[in-house]
Write a protein that binds this ligand. Structure first.
Ligand code: PHE
Length: 345
């Protein structure tokens, strides 16, 4: 084979060369540029040819050597990029970015934040208190007399041999705020509360509340109704309306339950509203003057309203959650549905 033919054969071999692994690349490198490789041997042969041939083929020979080295490098890069490299760290800068899945907020904090946001924008601050509460803050200051049957309304988990209890509502936080500050008071108290109830689709022994309190001169029932109307429209949409039914709480007088026109059927009647067109969303009332007095606020000068809602219930209506137990099971198929829900403030 003449020198020119050998060059052509090597050029063709370079062009056809493929490699699947780093070992393939190394084998190819040795076959071309190793001590007995085709290119090396070609240069051996080149030494013996005439000066005329040397001049004619020198440049092509040098180019051939360069392209053999270039081919080895290219094959090595390709093997590394495809991840078949068996040793050494592997970084493929051209691979598409790997998107790690984001976690999401649980529906309860999502809804709690939205409720807090609505009241923050109309001047309410946020107050917190202990979950293990004494009798005074959970019951006494709220006008529950020691043996009054009203205490039976809220089955309680007692701790410390009955001296303290897991709070049954966040009204206890509002007692603390009234005791420690002067009107005007506008505060909302979000948090966990506990009641000794059998767990079912409609009840749980632990849930979340947001309670609100407004105390100032000349606060009226109309202020209460206007505030709650604004709240429900902000959360559920401008088309919902509210109505109030007389009710009883030891710490408010008068007291009311608030119903909202069913946001699911638009008031036409469905299973959620039990075909009444209305769903109950919270309790409220004018703070009993006796409560103001116990908390050190002069009831002759000041009046106030209060309200309290269950977050699970509100979330159930917003997201049509059929069973309260879903909030606690942490089934990702349930939770995944809320990953896109933005927390609005
Ligand atoms: N604390 C009441 C409850 O837990 C709710 C409520 C708050 C009612 C304020 C009236 C006024 O059920």
């Amino acid at each position: 084979m003449s020198l020119t033919e050998r060059i052509a054969a090597i050029e063709e071999a370079l062009e056809r060369a493929t490699a699947g692994t780093a070992e393939d690349v190394e084998r190819f490198r040795v076959a071309m540029l190793g001590r007995n490789g085709a290119v090396t041997e070609l240069f051996e042969a080149f030494r013996t040819v005439s000066a005329e041939e040397k001049r004619a083929l020198g440049l092509r020979m040098n180019l051939l050597k360069q392209s053999a080295q270039g081919r080895v490098d290219a094959l090595r890069d390709a093997v590394q990029a495809s991840g078949s490299e068996t040793s050494g760290p592997l970084i493929d800068l051209s691979a598409p970015a790997r998107i790690d899945p984001f976690g999401g907020h649980h529906p309860i904090p999502i809804v709690m934040d939205r409720i807090v946001g609505i009241f923050s924008r109309i001047g309410f601050n946020v107050s917190h208190g202990p979950e293990v509460e004494d009798d005074h803050h959970n019951f006494g200051a709220l006008n529950f007399p020691p043996d009054h049957p009203a205490r039976d309304m809220q089955d309680t988990f007692f701790v410390d041999g009955g001296d303290r209890a897991l709070r049954t509502h966040t009204s206890s936080v509002q007692v603390r705020v009234m005791e420690n500050s002067k009107p005007p008071i506008r505060t909302i108290s979000p948090g966990r509360v506990y009641r000794n109830e059998a767990i079912s689709a409609r009840a749980h022994c632990m849930f979340h509340q947001v309670e609100g309190l407004y105390v100032d001169k000349e606060v009226s029932f109309a202020d209460l109704k206007g505030t709650l109307d604004h709240f429900t429209k902000s959360l559920f949409g401008p088309e919902v309306t509210i109505r109030m039914r007389p009710s009883y709480f030891p710490f408010t007088e008068p007291s009311a339950e608030v119903d909202m026109s069913c946001s699911i059927c638009g008031g036409q009647g469905c299973n959620i509203c039990k075909h009444s067109g209305w769903v109950e969303i919270m309790g409220c009332g004018m703070v009993d003057p006796a409560v103001l007095a116990i908390c050190g606020i002069d009831p002759e000068l000041y009046s106030g309203f209060a309200f309290g809602m269950g977050v699970e219930r509100i979330a159930q209506l917003l997201y049509r959650v059929p069973d309260l137990r879903l909030y606690w099971e942490n089934d990702v198929r349930f939770l995944d549905q809320f990953t896109g829900a933005a927390v609005q403030r």
